[in-house]
Design a protein around this ligand. Structure first.
Ligand SMILES: NC(=O)c1ccc[n+]([C@@H]2O[C@H](COP(=O)([O-])OP(=O)(O)OC[C@H]3O[C@@H](n4cnc5c(N)ncnc54)[C@H](OP(=O)(O)O)[C@@H]3O)[C@@H](O)[C@H]2O)c1
Length: 328
């Protein structure tokens, strides 16, 4: 018999999550029925969306939502022999039984690449960067692209894909180490949004002519400031709003309408799931770019399933450089 450990939401988050909001539970899994597969999680992902989605889709006591790279350890389903790797959305759990539906087989994976990248650049965050840039920002060679949370999973891919597309790229991140990293992976300009005296001046210095595209991962006050630095007909992909996810009282304006009118801006929110029918093809492209060294992907790996809540809270605070991953 296999015992599965799972992290559950003990209490809905109020403001920034606390250790006491999580509870570790252990259950004995039943025997497999025909068609069933038993998986063990190898790598798990902690992502910003878990914070706002917990309030929207979870009840207290539910297993925390999330995805993992998992390996088959026992199978009564010929599609998933023992040893097969998949990406699953089974939440924060060490083991789970599946009937084989809603699993994504890992494509043929080069030995030299860690399978955890299927949760990062060659997974949902990479797809977010890819479709947000190509379908919403509609980047063209010569564009100047600004990206926030630039040293994270989505942002680091955004900057590098935009460079491949012939753009000038400016990134903002929350530490000197992250700023140095952005320069190292090819960003043209980067600054620490926490230490610059004036965000307006830093944005103007990085691109005196303004920005054609803004890939917005943070929302809030920062993004209001960016609106005034956009070029006429600029395009804004509203991807995430991590700067407001923990707010108890919603932030007030400045409001977007005036700069949107004067600069004739285009702003569109999106979810990566909009292009699910194209994910497979895009993952092949991302995998090729990574294999060819055109996109570098770093990870912030926390060892130990027990540390998942701490890794989640650390990611929300900015501890991670690259994709935040838990290795079981
Ligand atoms: N629309 C979609 O389908 C979709 C899909 C995936 C992700 N997203 C969104 O994309 C964004 C990035 O996600 P990710 O997975 O790549 O996470 P990530 O960037 O790897 O990690 C989150 C980062 O956000 C930054 N951050 C935290 N609080 C901040 C604040 N108040 N102001 C500015 N930056 C702050 C931190 O970096 P610093 O040290 O730089 O502050 C932290 O490392 C999130 O908003 C997420 O919700 C959207």
């Amino acid at each position: 018999m296999v015992r599965a450990k799972s992290w559950t939401l003990k209490k809905h988050f109020e403001g920034f999550p606390k250790t006491s909001d999580f509870e570790l539970k252990e259950v004995e899994l039943p025997k497999l029925k025909d068609g069933d597969v038993l998986f063990e999680s190898v790598f798990l992902s902690v992502d910003p969306y878990m914070r706002p989605y917990s309030g929207r889709v979870m009840k207290e006591g539910d297993t925390m939502i999330g995805s993992q790279v998992a390996r088959v350890v026992e199978s009564k389903n010929p599609t998933y022999p023992v040893g097969t790797y998949v990406v699953a959305n089974s939440g924060w759990t060490t083991h789970f039984i599946s009937d084989g539906k809603d699993l994504q087989l890992l494509p043929s994976w080069p030995e030299k690449l860690p399978k955890s990248l299927a949760l990062g650049t060659i997974g949902m965050p990479g797809l977010t960067a890819y479709f947000g840039l190509l379908e919403i920002c509609k980047i063209k060679p010569g564009d100047t692209v600004l990206v926030t949370a630039a040293a994270g999973a989505v942002g680091s891919a955004v900057g590098q894909i935009a460079k491949l597309g012939g753009c000038k790229v400016v990134g903002c991140a929350g530490s000197a180490k992250k700023v140095a990293y952005l320069k190292q992976i090819g960003f043209d300009e980067a600054f620490n949004y926490k230490t610059v005296g004036s965000l307006e001046e830093a944005l103007r210095k990085a691109s005196p002519d303004g920005y054609d595209c803004y890939f917005d991962n943070v929302g809030g006050e920062f993004s209001s400031i960016v609106l005034n630095q956009m070029k006429r007909f600029g395009r804004i992909a509203v991807c995430g709003a991590i700067s407001v996810y923990n707010d108890i009282v919603p932030q007030k304006g400045p409001y977007v309408q005036a700069p949107m009118i004067w600069k004739e801006l285009y702003m569109e929110g999106f979810l990566v799931t909009r292009w699910t029918n194209r994910h497979k093809e895009a993952l092949q492209i991302l995998l090729r770019w990574v294999e060819e060294g055109k996109i570098k992907c770093d990870e912030h790996v926390t060892e130990g399933f027990e540390k998942m809540p701490a890794a989640f809270m650390g990611m929300l605070k900015g501890d991670n450089l690259g994709k935040a991953i838990i290795q079981v």
